[in-house]
Design a protein around this ligand. Sequence first.
Ligand code: AMP
Length: 506
Amino acid sequence: MSRIQDCFELAAARFPGRPCLSVAGRVWQYDELQAAQRRIADTLTGVGLAGVPIGLLGEKSFAMFAAMLGVLSSGNAYVPLGLREPPKRLGAQVRQATLAAVLCAPELRGRLRAALDLDDAVRPQVSVEGEALDLVDLRPATTASAGASGLAYLILTSGSTGIPKAVPISHHHAVSFVNALSAVLPVEPSDRVLQAADLSFDLSVGEIFPTWHGGGCVAVPSAEEKLALPPYCEQEKITIWSSVPTLAAAMVSMRAVRTGMLRHLRRSLFCGEALPVSLADAWRCFAPGAELINLYGPTEATVCVTWFRYTGGLPEDLRIVPIGAPLPGVGVRIDPLDGHPDGRGELLLSGDQVAGRYWGDPVATAAAFDDTSAGVWYRTGDVVRLSPDHGLLFVGRRDQQIKMSGFRIDLLEVESHLRALTRAHVAVVPVAQADGRVSGIVAFVEGACSASDLTRMCGEELPPHMVPRRFVPLGELPRTSSGKVDRVRLAKMLQADGSMSERYGD
Ligand code: AMP
């Protein structure tokens, strides 16, 4: 296996008549999806699109999955675009990723036009099983898009400068990841795997390709079904749950899970943000027959790089489930942090899964990747320590990046937009819940401000999850003795304000 789509192609050759995808109330076989993949690949090849990044814009559908595979098998790289991005940021993402074309669901054509200032000329369409996608060719406008051969996909993520960063993942990185994960957590042809993550979040790669590698079926809930996943799991006979912890916490707090609903589950995978022990324990009661696995990793190292099987019985002082041991082939190093005698430090990663650079951004690349004689090391920004019994323990971040409901947000990106809008000193602070998860972000603004104006203006620059839920005017931002904004004091001010906290389960 040398290309990521080989996961699918090899299974399609072995099990043509088996189900590979369940989406929008219909189940598709491997040979059906393969025929659609070929149709899309032929269309792209027919117009000379090869070795370039191609955007995907649309809700998850049969056509979108066929497009993802068709882009790959025609020698291009796929770039999932966020569905909730305002036009300005969507345009910035398209430019950052140097897209040569976009395969776009017709109902989102207007959004793409607004983002890129395109004319409303009719675009050619490619149709699979009655579902059409517009092929929006951007080549006359983007000249720098060549050079993507060897690349499987680009994931766009929040960047501290206000411009999104694009992480280029090659076929080698992606295949190395699938092989490493499958070595420790294999998927069987009888498995039905929950695919809840958006395609623009790389957890989707971890849900889709290892499943096809094992000959299993990817089950995609609709937005409505995502609100009540346990009944969906029961109806779809899901055997492998995969989600960010926040999604499971929502099910528990809404009391949407009842004993027995998850009886088909043989494995629960959590990834993308810290997993509180309290949530893991609650989940184990609902799915007692399933092993519970905590996966950890940044997009820059292809989905996940460490894993931990949780069986309970952790020491009282551990509130977060360990991130455990590296996957095969992953190198880990802890760079000690000054003034912390307990051995905590920043986690650095190397090996075949590490991207090694950002797309077209040498400054961000130099800041995050150390190119040494011992290989390329990615500085994760995550603070960890090593436990002799449980492997790596996640402690927190050393910068202003947070995870909220699985979304990665660099608070400096929000601040940079807010500063430009207000021309004032600003600080954006996460609202932490009792179990450590983040439920929102709040902006402190020096001087007077109108919350409704700022909410509207931020909404024109940022997707909804990056718009602060409150704007608090302050005469002056608190400062530390070195003159920096005192974020700890701001966080304490939020904690003191009980109206910001939420609880799940009792
Ligand atoms: P992303 O690139 O969106 O996948 O986000 C990567 C970041 O999410 C990591 O650098 C961590 O800060 C956080 N993260 C991912 N998985 C875990 C986990 N299992 N435990 C704690 N933090 C995690």
